[in-house]
Design a protein around this ligand. Sequence first.
Ligand SMILES: [Zn+2]
Length: 250
Amino acid sequence: MTPPKLSSVDTPARILRTEEELASLTASERIRYRLVSADKRYHANDNIAAFVREGELTELKAEVQAKMAEVLKALVIDTESDHNTNETAQRVAKMYLEEVFRGRYVPMPSVTEFPNAERLNELMIVGPITVRSACSHHMCPIIGKVWIGLLPNEHSNLIGLSKYSRICDWIMSRPQIQEEAVTMLANELQERVRPDGLAIVMEADHFCMHWRGVKDTETAMVNSVMRGAFLKDANLRREFLSLLPNRKTG
Ligand SMILES: [Zn+2]
């Protein structure tokens, strides 16, 4: 085993800390230590599954629960006698780790790719796929839809239709920024399917806009990524955009 690199973010007394030594730290400190040692980014929309050991998600949940209880305390909510908020810290921790931010902590769902035996080379559209995410700025829900356009070639790998939703869900189940989310999804699909062209359109409601700030109830944010043939060929791009079913705006 090579000793982890000493980083300016974390200055331990010694360079090498064994897993036994790390065991005395909290789970979040241990995971952070591994990330920093490996020089890996751990922004809100990054997946850190490779740095989480077995059992540590349960520990993380307990940590988040304890901190969430502190947040409620700081909000001067009497969680002891208020039956409504009695178990809120526990519920929120579970929701974050196991549901809405799960895509940060678990590896990508396994996807079987198969060769394009039929040599499909026509525009394929997948969607609308329901998007459930949260914004990194306010941790408020983002609810919307994604459409994916693919122009496969004979060397492309194809993946089952349901897998597009699973990959999308894995990327969206993190605190996200819509522009970054569509780019992440495009990168993942580009690498797996290797099509001649890839187009993604995401249209979503940002609840931080409804609930706070401008309180505008009409705004949906639309983002798109166009790659390969969709960039070069305006007709293909138009065809894709005209075929998107159930779009609110356009
Ligand atoms: Zn926001």
